[in-house]
Design a protein around this ligand. Structure first.
Ligand SMILES: C[S@@+](CC[C@H](N)C(=O)[O-])C[C@H]1O[C@@H](n2cnc3c(N)ncnc32)[C@H](O)[C@@H]1O
Length: 288
């Protein structure tokens, strides 16, 4: 199938599709995400604002992947839902959907999207246009991955959807995702450890049952509520962007461009998707 990767970020959906689908065009207005995307993929990437996208610009593909901004549905983003201007690109795409009528589509968002007006509108558009759909609430921990990232997913198709396979256990213990020689600058200062000693989420690097919290775009900026730290023989440290990409199950061949600041990389990686989870979600739409 030929896919459009909309709100493509750093290309989590392209990584999940791999050789089982062809991305014919990716769209994201962020130049920073675009720089990382282009470093990894050859297919066309456009920096259009999807809030004003035209029919011809999204025509000609079999499938749409959409990862629209999640802030309208988060407490931190004030949960303004459809009244948030950041919903405009999704609304624009839903206006075009019945006319363009791709064979299939899939969407990812935060778990709270499920109770939103945006989700109700999405389902009304799909029903009116004759799509079959299935919603999933999936965390990579269900696939054995030691990282929480619970998300709302939807798959839709003009033909009836085959059942989802049982979740495949693709995860490994946390230690398998960590660098053998961590960068010394990742270790946190004693001052910060003391200040947040009751709040810092720390897991032991060699604990085979350790599960890390969801890494968000604020990792490295916010000491708490942005993802776990690991304790090893040298001390307590943050995970590198590379290690987080591994936890998200990006392939080892995926690379961050040289010179990309670590803070920027954390932000982009924290906005991305669990490739393992997306692969499971897309399974009924992909060739075996
Ligand atoms: C949740 S992130 C998607 C991340 C992506 N799935 C990945 O694997 O990295 C949402 C993306 O939508 C992009 N975006 C937000 N508003 C947009 C708009 N109006 N037009 C195009 N892209 C937009 C952001 O730049 C961001 O990369």
């Amino acid at each position: 199938m030929r896919w459009l990767e909309l709100f493509s970020g750093i290309g989590g959906a392209a990584a999940a599709l791999g050789a089982r689908g062809e991305v014919v065009r990716a769209v994201d207005q962020s130049p920073y995400a675009g720089r990382v995307y282009r470093h990894n993929y050859d297919h066309p990437l456009e920096s259009w604002n999807l809030a004003g996208v035209r029919k011809q610009q999204v025509a000609g593909a079999d499938g749409w992947w959409m990862s629209p901004p999640c802030q309208p549905f988060t407490v931190r983003g004030n949960q303004r839902d459809l009244d948030d201007p950041r919903c405009r690109p999704l609304l624009r795409l839903l206006t075009l959907l019945p006319e363009v009528a791709p064979r299939a589509l899939a969407l990812e968002n935060v778990a709270t999207f499920r109770t939103s007006r945006a989700r109700r509108h999405l389902l009304e558009v799909l029903d009116a246009a004759g799509y079959h759909h299935r919603e999933l609430d999936l965390c990579p921990t269900a696939l054995g991955v030691p990282n929480r990232r619970r998300r709302y997913y939807l798959v839709a198709s003009r033909e009836p959807l085959p059942p989802h396979p049982e979740p495949e256990q693709v995860g490994r213990p946390l230690s398998a995702y960590l660098d053998a020689e961590p960068d010394p600058s990742l270790y946190v200062e004693e001052r910060l450890r003391q200040r947040y000693r009751h709040a810092l989420p720390v897991v032991d690097a060699d604990d085979p049952t350790a599960v890390t919290y969801c890494y968000t775009s604020a990792y490295g900026r916010s000491p708490v509520h942005a993802g776990s730290y690991v304790r090893d023989a040298q001390g307590v440290r943050r995970l590198s962007p590379r290690e987080i990409l591994r936890l998200l199950h990006f392939p080892e061949t995926y690379a961050l461009p040289p010179g990309l600041e670590r803070a920027r990389a954390w932000s982009l990686v924290g906005n991305s998707v669990s490739v393992a989870a997306v692969r499971h979600v897309l399974a009924p739409l992909l060739p075996r």
